[in-house]
Ligand binder design. Sequence first.
Ligand code: 5GP
Length: 151
Amino acid sequence: MLDDLYKYNGDDAMAYDPNNIFARILRKELPCVKIYEDEDVLSFLDIMPQVEGHSLVIPKEAACDILDLSSASASRLIVATQRIARAIKSALKPPGIMVMQLNGAAAGQTVPHIHFHVLPRHEGIDMKLHARQMVDPKVLEPIAARIRAAL
Ligand code: 5GP
C-alpha cells in the first residue's frame, strides 16, 4: 500500500484537531451551504469566496493535509473534486476552473482538515484575497442550487 510506503512523521506534521471548523461542519455542529455529500466526502461553498462559485471538497476521513490522508480516501476525494468541477463547468459555464490545495500554514492553509478548492475563473476577473471576506450564506444558496442541479 502507498500508505505503508509513505510514513509522514516529519517535525512539521500537524496533530489533527477534531474541533477544527470543517470537522464541526462534518458533525453538523455548524452549518454549510451544501453542494454534495456521500459516505466519503462533503462539498460546500466557501463562506469567504475568492470568486463566485468558490467550492470546497473535503473527505470525511480525519486528516490535516494531503501528506497524512490515506491513499484510498485521496482517490475518492479527487474523483469527487472532478465531479464538482464538472458540475461547476456545466452550471456556471466558466471558461477556466482552478483546483487548489494548500498544505501547512506556510503554504497558506488556514483550516487543518484537508480540502480541495474549486474556483471558476474568467479572464479579467481577479480572485479576491484568500479567506478574508465573509458573505451572507443566503447569497450562496442560489449558486449552490445551480451547481447541485448539474451534478
Ligand atoms: P485553506 O486556507 O485551509 O486552504 O482554505 C480554507 C477555506 O475555508 C478558506 O477559503 C476559507 O474561506 C474557508 N472557510 C473558513 N471557515 C469556513 C466556514 O466556516 N465555512 C465555510 N463554508 N468555509 C470556510
